[in-house]
Design a protein around this ligand. Structure first.
Ligand SMILES: *[C@@H]1O[C@H](CO)[C@@H](O)[C@H](O)[C@H]1NC(C)=O
Ligand SMILES: *[C@@H]1O[C@H](CO)[C@@H](O)[C@H](O)[C@H]1NC(C)=O
Ligand SMILES: *[C@@H]1O[C@H](CO)[C@@H](O)[C@H](O)[C@H]1NC(C)=O
Ligand SMILES: *[C@@H]1O[C@H](CO)[C@@H](O)[C@H](O)[C@H]1NC(C)=O
Ligand SMILES: *[C@@H]1O[C@H](CO)[C@@H](O)[C@H](O)[C@H]1NC(C)=O
Ligand SMILES: *[C@@H]1O[C@H](CO)[C@@H](O)[C@H](O)[C@H]1NC(C)=O
Length: 256
C-alpha cells in the first residue's frame, strides 16, 4: 500500500496523470454548503484519493477506505464525503473558497485521473432597495419624471437587474429606470428584480408616491393633523396647569 502511495505521488510529480475534460462550473451560496459531484464506476477499487484546491494544495485525502482526512486548516470541520461516493461537500462556504478544485484519484483501472471543478461563490440576494434619485416636474404639472435606482446591499459581484411593470409593457435591464407618469398612471407599479447565478429577489415600487402631487396632498393632511394635535395638547396643558395651581393654592392656605 505504502509503495503504491509513493508511486502515485511520483506519477503526479511527472505529470503523467490523465485529465478528464474541462473544469465543471459549480455554483455555491455563501454560508451554505455545496457539493462537488464525483462518481466512480461501481466495483472499481480506489487506492488513493486527493482533493486539491487551486491545483497546488492538498486539502483532504482518503487512503484505502479510511475516511476523509482533512489536512488544510482552512477547511477543518467543513468537509465531508457522503456515503457511497466520493463527492466532496463543503459546508459554511466562504468567499475565499471560490476557485479551482481537483479530484485526483487512482483506481485499479486508471493510474491517476483528474477531475477539475471551478467553484463560484455568490451570496443569496436580499431584497433590493429602490431609491428615487431624481424627481423633476415634467411638462407643467401633468407628467412626473422619476429616476429610480435599484441596488442590493452586499450583493457582491455578478448581480444583474431588470425592471418590469405590471400595467405597462416593460422589460428593461440595468439598475436605473426613468419613468414619466401622468396622474392616470398613479397606480402603476414597477418591479426591480436582482439576480445572480444562485438567487433572485425583487421589490415593488409605485413611483407616483414620489411625485409632488401626492406629497403635497400628504402634507396638507399632515398640517391638519398637526393643528388638531396642537389644540388638543394646549387644552390638556391648560387643564393640568389649572389643577396644579388649585392644589398649590390649597396647600399654601392650609400651611398658613
Ligand atoms: C453521492 O451520494 C449522495 C448521498 O448518498 C447523493 O445525494 C449524491 O447524488 C451522490 N452523488 C453522485 C455523483 O452519485
Ligand atoms: C478492479 O477491481 C475490482 C474488484 O476489486 C474488479 O472487480 C475489477 O474487475 C477490477 N478492474 C480492473 C480494470 O482491473
Ligand atoms: C429576499 O430577501 C429577504 C430579505 O431582504 C429574505 O427574507 C427573502 O427570503 C429573500 N427571498 C428570496 C426568494 O431569496
Ligand atoms: C444608487 O444607489 C446606490 C446605493 O444606495 C448609491 O451608492 C448610488 O450612488 C446611487 N446612484 C445614484 C445615481 O444615485
Ligand atoms: C435617465 O435620465 C437622465 C437624465 O434625466 C439620463 O442622464 C439617464 O441616462 C437616463 N437613464 C436611463 C436609463 O434612461
Ligand atoms: C387606483 O386604485 C384605487 C384602489 O385600488 C382606485 O380606487 C383608483 O381609482 C385607482 N386609480 C387609478 C387612477 O386608476
Amino acid at each position: 500500500m505504502i509503495s503504491r502511495f509513493i508511486l502515485l505521488i511520483s506519477i503526479w510529480g511527472t505529470g503523467c496523470s490523465q485529465d478528464t475534460g474541462d473544469p465543471w462550473d459549480v455554483f455555491g451560496i455563501l454560508g451554505e454548503s455545496v457539493t462537488l459531484p464525483l462518481k466512480i464506476p461501481q466495483g472499481e477499487k480506489v487506492y488513493a484519493f486527493f482533493w486539491r484546491f487551486e491545483t497546488e494544495v492538498t486539502i483532504a485525502l482518503i487512503k484505502e477506505g479510511n475516511g476523509l482526512d482533512v489536512v488544510d486548516s482552512r477547511f477543518k470541520g467543513r468537509l465531508s464525503i457522503p456515503d457511497g461516493n466520493f463527492s466532496l461537500q463543503i459546508q459554511s462556504l466562504r468567499e475565499e473558497d471560490g476557485g479551482s478544485y481537483t479530484a485526483q484519484i487512482a483506481t485499479n483501472s486508471t493510474a491517476v485521473s483528474n477531475r477539475e471543478y471551478k467553484l463560484h461563490v455568490f451570496s443569496r440576494l436580499q431584497k433590493p432597495i429602490i431609491e428615487p434619485y431624481k424627481v423633476t416636474d415634467g411638462s407643467g404639472n401633468i407628467a412626473c419624471n422619476i429616476a429610480l435606482n435599484c441596488t442590493v446591499k452586499n450583493g457582491g459581484e455578478g448581480v444583474k437587474y431588470t425592471w418590469t411593470a405590471e400595467n405597462k409593457r416593460l422589460f428593461q435591464e440595468g439598475s436605473f429606470l426613468n419613468v414619466s407618469l401622468v396622474p392616470m398612471e398613479s397606480n402603476v407599479t414597477y418591479t426591480c428584480t436582482a439576480r445572480n447565478p444562485v438567487s433572485e429577489n425583487s421589490t415593488q415600487v409605485r413611483p407616483w408616491s414620489f411625485c409632488m402631487g401626492e406629497n403635497f396632498r400628504g402634507s396638507t393632511r399632515q398640517t391638519h393633523y398637526c393643528i388638531m394635535k396642537g389644540i388638543f395638547t394646549t387644552i390638556i396643558l391648560a387643564i393640568l396647569l389649572t389643577a396644579i395651581s388649585v392644589v398649590h393654592f390649597k396647600t399654601r392656605q392650609r400651611n398658613v
